[in-house]
Design a protein around this ligand. Structure first.
Ligand SMILES: [Zn+2]
Length: 105
């Protein structure tokens, strides 16, 4: 009798919020047969487990038009064993081999 019952429209809203929350937290699930996929391996050591890393790029204040240089984080996957970042995981703009100014560990 003292149990609180939410009005229908509120329950609905809560459900929707929860749905939105889940969608924000998880990337949309692709309907792919994993058996038809191919594994990535580290170009350096052949390891097939990767972890997330972040490349940091410095954007000069002249580029950004702000008072200070900015740090631009670029998420990449790196080998969990040796830390190597495969060329194919790099953003296309950073793939050029002549970009020797910044060395990636
Ligand atoms: Zn490796």
């Amino acid at each position: 009798m003292d149990r609180m019952v939410l009005p229908n429209y509120l329950q609905h809203r809560l459900l929707n919020n929860k749905k939105q929350f889940m969608q924000q937290q998880q990337p949309p699930k692709l309907n792919i047969d994993l058996k038809k996929t191919t594994p990535f391996t580290c170009d350096e050591c052949g390891n097939n487990v990767f972890q997330e890393g972040v490349l940091l790029r410095k954007a000069s204040k002249f580029l950004t038009g702000t008072m200070q240089d900015a740090i631009v984080p670029v998420p990449v996957f790196c080998c969990s064993k040796c830390g190597h970042v495969n060329e194919s995981f790099m953003p296309p703009d950073l793939r050029s081999a002549d970009d020797t100014e910044d060395t990636i560990l």
